[in-house]
Design a protein. Sequence first.
Length: 263
Amino acid sequence: MKLVVITLNPESSVVQRLVQSIKSHTLSVDEFYAVDGRAGTPALVKGERLSQTRSLLNRRFPLTNTEIGCYLSHYRVIKKAYDEGHNHVCILEDDVVLESNFGDVLKEVVSLGAKAEFVRLMALKIRKRKVVQSLSQHCDLVRPLRGSLGTQGYVLNRSGMKKVLDKGAVISMPIDKFYDSFFLWGLHSFTVEPHIIFENHVQSSIAKTDGKTEGGLMVNVGYRLVKLYRSLRRSYHFWVNFSDYSPAEFPEESVGKSQRLRS
């Protein structure tokens, strides 16, 4: 397994504390300089493509430069891990804190079967989910019905990496929304519950849209058609894989410590 911390400031005390915390779990870690979109649109490399047209159809907003930088940071870590032949990659953003059971549960996640392609170590939205199996340290592996938001920490196995690289080379949505579209390309998506990391949240460096839609009537019509298409594909995916998601219910207790965790 390759474990990577994505950061714009690897020398900061916050990042160094995270790195030391990871090492205390007898895990090795690579720091990775994030792609910085604060000064302008990041340059793309061979195989990468940006589609602001698709972004308008997906959400009626173009992607900001920092959203593009964040997306590329994750995508390039995955590509490097895949090209190096790793069977798993664990990606952590630099604003997370590890729970005491992080190392044990992470090792168990890595030992799961091939179907566990994408496993979030925390999420920001509480969703109905199916409890798939018990893990060590009083944790469960669960399968949410819908996308549960956030890329603060997750694990991809090799088949998951391949799907991300094949389907994610065209950038048309923020990286967490890309993962939440798992039903479009058959990415098997899970979450660890309770979460084994949480945010030490500070003001994000990722600029958001100003809330004003762009493109006029044609974009609005296209957006509604894409939204309908996504809804139909989600429903189709659920019914075809009904036994994988049912029975599903909301958790009865709190699943994590992140302040932004919400229903």
